[in-house]
Unconditional design. Structure first.
Length: 333
């Protein structure tokens, strides 16, 4: 009955509904309705109560769970199987475990809080409780290893497109897949894979997106490097919380369309969109790979997603991995 009461409140967002109406509608006592309302409040739903008018669901509610995400989904495959955790060590870790056990293509693992979230190169990822999107997808594409980089580029394009469409936020992409707003990082993407000599068994695509954090939610060492969608909107004079379930659904829908292009080897659109949103190309970069460091100008990307850099000594390198800093972004070194 809890979901039925919630759906009724969702479908009547502008009016109060009395406890008596709800009890009559669902054939239960007003006490039972009161208990359901309190349970929904404990889950995080903001429900306005009036002794004379009844109950009304606030549009400011930002609850993340399997039900809320599935209500928003318009995908065919991605996210149709959702595993939600209030708290977990890492959605990527869990996704890898269930992928080994045979979980289906497109399975989504999402959490309200990660205790051991991580980004590229083994770095920790700050995962504030109930304020960001921490999710991982199990993917089983039939593609060669050398095309895996296109998945990371595709995911970054999907995130940028979803932010623009849903919140009119113009974000950029730092190679290969960090999402940047006003020179600060708002989202990181991590792809991990399990493979044999000649084939990929599965990939796990992890996305960490700062949504409703305030500056005080970030540790001091990140305060000048990280931002959130809410913080960015506030600089524009817009004060609102973004519903994470809606944003997850938007990202999955965008990614599903681009993922289909990756699986059939159609990379032209992905490269074109990535370049359109790039904050790396044409700028001075510093690259650290293993124990070597060099600087140059980022010129282009190859057809399989490598970064082409003209170094200070005139040589040209194709960068597949490593730490890339862009002058003017994230504390360029």
């Amino acid at each position: 009955m809890k979901r039925e009461v919630l759906l009724y409140l969702k479908n009547n967002p502008l009016e109060y509904v009395s406890g008596e109406q709800l009890s009559t509608l669902f054939g239960v006592s007003r006490t039972a309705i009161w208990k359901v309302i309190n349970e929904l409040k404990r889950e995080g739903y903001i429900i306005e109560s009036s002794s004379k008018k009844g109950y009304r669901l606030s549009p400011d509610s930002d609850v993340l769970n399997s039900f809320e995400i599935s209500e928003e989904l318009k995908t065919k495959v991605l996210g149709r199987n959702i595993i939600y955790f209030d708290q977990i060590d890492s959605t990527n870790n869990y996704a890898k475990r269930i992928a080994l056990e045979g979980s289906e293509e497109g399975t989504l693992v999402v959490a309200d809080c990660q205790t051991s979230g991580r980004g590229r190169l083994g770095r920790d990822w700050n995962s504030a409780n109930k304020k960001g999107i921490w999710m991982s997808l199990v993917l089983r594409p039939d593609i060669p290893f050398e095309e895996v980089q296109m998945l990371t580029l595709a995911a970054s394009v999907a995130v940028v497109q979803a932010l623009d469409e849903m919140a009119e936020i113009k974000a950029g992409i730092k190679w290969p897949n960090d999402i940047i707003i006003n020179g600060k990082k708002v989202c990181g993407i991590l792809v991990e894979m399990n493979m044999e000599i000649e084939s990929i068994n599965f990939l796990v695509l992890g996305i960490g997106l700062n949504v409703n954090q305030q500056k005080e939610d970030f540790p001091e060492e990140l305060s000048d490097k990280a931002t959130s969608l809410k913080m960015h909107l506030e600089t524009l004079g817009i004060r609102k919380n973004i519903k994470r379930s809606q944003l997850i659904a938007a990202i999955l829908l965008k990614f599903e369309a681009i993922y289909d292009k990756v699986k059939c080897g159609d990379f032209g659109y992905i490269i074109s969109e990535w370049k359109k949103h790039s904050v790396t190309l044409g700028r001075e970069v510093s690259i650290i790979y293993k124990d070597r460091q060099y600087k140059g100008i980022a010129q282009d990307i190859t057809k399989d997603g490598k970064l082409i850099v003209e170094c200070e000594d005139g040589t040209v390198k194709e960068v597949f991995s490593g730490e890339v800093s862009v002058r003017g972004l994230l504390g360029y070194c």
